[in-house]
Design a protein. Structure first.
Lengths: 90, 277
């Protein structure tokens, strides 16, 4: 099983690493503070942290980590597209 | 031989029909959905429903593929409640068309109150017509909450049997909720926002093959109308027997869809010309 998915997983981890580098480089000349404080990127980093906790069902737990935990319908649809992860107050 | 039980062929080229036929597709079902822009009138939906029930069956038949449809106003266009009600008034007459299996893809998109109200009105329409139901669940961070709201709404409605309802776009965090409640579950193989083939096979290995299918949801966005046969290759590479592959890609869709007498995956001789000519 490792052999079947190793290179693809390796490639995707590198993509995440390169994406974070890219964001940081792009924001280097900005005035808004460290780019990685963006709550969307914090949600990505929280998921990356979860991958190493040794517990099973990482995919389910990552999806739950990014999910809206509220239970009531919202008054109105805020656009058609979801953002990718739940960001309280966004 | 396989069935793609959720694909939006109005957004695909005729070449895609040809490739799907070459890959072994014998039948498809096409839910009514958001085609990338908001239709401004009931007449726009009327013409779309005609396309689903008149034109697409002919295009598919040209390649020996049996085409079936689901009719509804989808949740992405349901926020305008007045328009939604006007469109819903059109639905009963289309439910009588020979390729229509039921109501779909209804559900929620951003989990709003209006979306939920329109969803509940569709459930009543399905119950009153004894129609099968195909349910869209929201994407990304909205999926878990939306799936719970949908399951609660169906339970509260109380007149739809779970075995006649397919909850689509399940992922790792929602599949158990759906199956444990007795519904059928669909896994959608779609880049970025839904399941990859590898993850779909993971879900099969963790939760079994009962009441579970896979589909491409191929549409106008980044998507792959050959996702189902490609996932079958992934299953075989992971050591699954041919019987298990056939169950997921052919027998399970046949079992759910076959609850409608209008469904067929019997061999269809390709016709000479498609509807676009």
């Amino acid at each position: 099983m490792i052999q079947l998915g190793l290179l693809e997983a390796r490639s995707r981890v590198l993509d995440v690493a390169a994406f974070l580098d890219r964001v940081q480089r792009a924001a280097a000349g900005g005035t808004t503070g460290p780019a990685l404080r963006d709550p969307r990127l914090q949600a990505i980093l929280a998921a990356v942290h979860l991958l190493g906790d040794g517990q099973p069902e990482r995919a389910r737990r990552v999806l739950e980590l990014w999910s809206d935990p509220t239970q009531e319908p919202v008054p109105h649809a805020d656009g058609k597209a979801a953002r990718g992860m739940h960001l309280p107050g966004a | 031989m396989y069935i793609d039980p959720h694909v939006h062929m109005v957004s695909r080229t005729t070449d895609d029909y040809a490739r799907m036929a070459q890959a072994g597709c014998v039948a498809i079902t096409e839910p009514a959905f958001w085609a990338g822009f908001d239709r401004g009138s009931p007449e726009g939906f009327h013409d779309y429903f005609r396309q689903l029930t008149e034109s697409e069956p002919r295009r598919a038949a040209a390649y020996g593929i049996r085409h079936h449809a689901w009719i509804c106003i989808n949740p992405k266009e349901a926020e305008d409640h007045a328009l939604a009600r006007e469109v819903m008034d059109l639905i009963p007459r289309f439910l009588e068309r020979p390729n229509v299996l039921g109501i779909g893809e209804i559900g929620l998109n951003r989990n709003s109150r209006t979306e939920l109200a329109v969803f509940e009105e569709h459930l009543e329409l399905a119950a009153s017509h004894d129609a099968l139901v195909l349910v869209h669940t929201p994407h990304l961070e909205d999926k878990l909450k939306g799936t719970r709201l949908i399951l609660d709404a169906i339970r509260n409605h109380g007149r739809l049997r779970p075995e006649r309802v397919l909850i689509d776009h399940v992922e790792e965090h929602t599949v158990r909720l759906v199956l444990d409640a007795g519904f059928w579950a669909g896994m959608t193989l779609y880049p970025d926002t839904k399941c990859t083939a590898a993850r779909a096979v993971d879900i099969i290995e963790m939760h079994g093959t009962e009441r579970l299918w896979i589909n491409s949801a191929g549409d106008w966005g980044h998507s792959d109308p050959l996702a189902v046969p490609k996932a079958a290759v992934t299953m075989r590479a992971r050591g699954h027997a041919a019987e298990a592959v056939a169950r997921i890609t052919l027998e399970n869709p046949r079992a759910f869809l076959g609850q409608s007498p209008r469904f067929s995956d019997a061999p269809l001789r390709p016709t000479a010309a498609d509807a676009g000519r």
